[in-house]
Design a protein around this ligand. Sequence first.
Ligand SMILES: NC(=O)c1ccc[n+]([C@@H]2O[C@H](COP(=O)([O-])OP(=O)(O)OC[C@H]3O[C@@H](n4cnc5c(N)ncnc54)[C@H](OP(=O)(O)O)[C@@H]3O)[C@@H](O)[C@H]2O)c1
Length: 337
Amino acid sequence: MSQQYTVAIAGATGAVGIEMIRTLEQRKFPVKKLRLLASERSIGKKLKFHGADVVVEELTENSFKGIELALFSAGAERSRTFAPAAVSAGAVVVDNSSAFRMDDTVPLVVPEVNPQEVAKHRGIIANPNCSTIIALVPLWPLHKAAKITRLVAATYQAVSGTGAKAIDELEGQVRAWAAGQPMTKGVYPHQIAFNVLPQVGPADASGYTQEEKKLLHETRKIFGDGHIRVSATCVRVPVFRSHSEALFIETEKKLTAAEAKAILAKAPGVILKDDVNANQYPMPIEASGHGEVIVGRLREDSSCDKGLALWVAGDQLLKGAALNAVQIAEILYGIKR
Ligand SMILES: NC(=O)c1ccc[n+]([C@@H]2O[C@H](COP(=O)([O-])OP(=O)(O)OC[C@H]3O[C@@H](n4cnc5c(N)ncnc54)[C@H](OP(=O)(O)O)[C@@H]3O)[C@@H](O)[C@H]2O)c1
């Protein structure tokens, strides 16, 4: 029998954690035993794994005895507190939070881009920010072909990117509107239903938000290119699931739209869907539930000589989080698919 692994999911009850469980099932990841961890609020809750109930336990420093793989999706604070305990207990941590991404000793991995980094881990491997992953899967083959020197991005980020409570907030506001009732808010500072919020996370003195800065710093680390210039505007939109992004790149070598499409048509993890006159382009509603990033509206940028404009959509709970993490674990253990 091929090797099986004892796996823990920290944050198993959250938006990403639930997708982690489903992704392990769907990819038939060789799980010997699964331990589901969350806050004390969820103790005793039962979640299904391959049809059987698994009882949720509280995440503590003692949760990781005998665990070989710990998938973390319980927020950066919990990762900082508990990931070192998991590593001390002998587990390899794949972390979805921002806690360790910019740590020089921690690989930051998108399997389609820099899988070779996995082997350099010292106990923790970081999953990049969801918008970064969705942008870089299609941009990497273009970077290899023509060297991207500058990226300007505008994101259209779904509420599930904020977690389970934000999904409830959008649904509650839509229901209240339909019933003619006043809307309540708690997660976002403004109504999200029928609105867009041009702020994802706190901003610093530069005026950029943390989410926007992640696109800059993580792109440089993952591409291994400290010079690429990135400017992003991250926007929350009233979409339940899957992020979309308008990406404008400048390249060192000119790529025609036809050349770029030919590259993307063969790129791993990418689906090219690009026929605007037939109304065919990436949309979050179609990206949802799929592991690939869909790319379309690809055209030469009319405002610069060596530039391309494209529109992408990807499921940020899957490729932006759970799937990317499980793919990292598959590379770690040499599991071929
Ligand atoms: N959502 C996305 O699209 C996405 C994408 C990429 C990365 N991420 C990252 O993934 C992480 C989880 O995000 P999410 O969207 O899944 O959030 P979420 O839906 O709010 O879920 C948070 C999870 O963490 C657990 N948790 C919260 N406080 C805890 C505590 N004190 N002790 C133990 N467990 C605790 C929650 O357990 P209870 O249910 O018991 O409260 C829940 O399982 C975050 O770091 C986020 O930045 C999210």
